[in-house]
Design a protein around this ligand. Structure first.
Ligand code: BGC
Length: 266
């Protein structure tokens, strides 16, 4: 299988670190021009764009808070201004604000829902408007556009102390599947990835030292995930190699969602 994203333009939100940065790097390596969105971390996003350009790729970094309608509009306008088209959206930005529910502030609830769920809606809506105007770009891709939502194993696995995050990802699941049902006939493919424990800045505390050993008890495959495990799947879902895949969630979690504690019990 030869995957090429030549002539395609991809926009990745939350691309300054972690899964977003790895996805953007992999999309660029597969030939796509890449728009790297960041919120506060301009320097790493600018550096990644410069690295991609230095390797013969095409990339720009654009700052935007994806939970704000006007900033999302600005982000997508910049993408079109730079590259003329949009073929792939990776709606990846996400954050955690963990607390026991009795202590969780409304602000922390709202912020997580705004970025993780509303932000994915706003970016998907902006991408769809462009895909609809463009139609199928013959010779570039069989689809009129591809959207990849970044979800989590916690769209399914309840997570005490993280009700805002789990609720946001449960919402992403229904956002993705309802949207896929709505636009598949326009040959727009909407899918999701549900990562488990991938070593990134979002979960540094849980994936290092003594906490890592405890976390590994939940992962039958015996290792913490690497951002490349997810980035490879992003490239596949963005490409025509997955052209018949619609409304699916690809779980990438080393078996975390297989209820591993039931192997010897229950
Ligand atoms: C969270 C990580 C967590 C993982 C598995 C992810 O969605 O962002 O912090 O380690 O789920 O629990």
């Amino acid at each position: 299988m030869n995957i090429s994203l030549n002539q395609q333009v991809a926009l990745v939100t939350g691309a300054s670190s972690g899964i977003g940065a790895a996805a953007a790097t992999a999309l660029a390596a597969a030939g796509a021009s890449v728009v790297l969105n960041y919120h506060r971390q301009a320097a790493p996003a600018e550096k990644l764009a410069a690295d991609i350009n230095a390797c013969g790729g095409r990339a720009i970094a654009v700052g935007a808070d994806i939970s704000r309608e006007d900033e999302v509009q600005h982000l997508f306008d910049k993408a079109l201004e730079a590259f003329g088209f949009l073929d792939i959206l990776v709606a990846n930005s996400g954050l955690q604000k963990d607390a026991a529910t009795v202590d969780m502030t409304l602000e922390d609830w709202n912020q997580v829902i705004s970025v993780n769920l509303t932000g994915q809606f706003l970016c998907a809506r902006a991408a769809l408007r462009i895909f609809n105007r463009q139609g199928i770009r013959t010779g570039v891709s069989r689809a009129a556009g591809k959207i990849i939502h970044m979800s989590s194993v916690h769209q399914r696995i309840p997570w005490a102390g993280h009700v805002n995050y789990a609720a946001s990802k449960g919402g992403v699941d229904m956002l993705m599947r309802s949207l896929a049902q709505e636009v598949s006939h326009q040959r727009i493919r909407v899918n999701a990835i549900a990562p488990g424990a991938i070593a990134t800045p979002i979960n540094r505390q849980a994936t290092e030292g003594a906490a890592e050993r405890k976390l590994l008890e939940l992962i039958p495959y015996g290792r913490i995930g690497d951002v490349k495990d997810v980035a490879n799947a992003v490239v596949w879902l963005a490409s025509d190699a997955s052209d018949y895949v619609l409304g699916s969630t690809l779980v990438i979690d080393g078996g975390m969602s297989l209820y591993p504690e039931f192997r010897d019990h229950g």
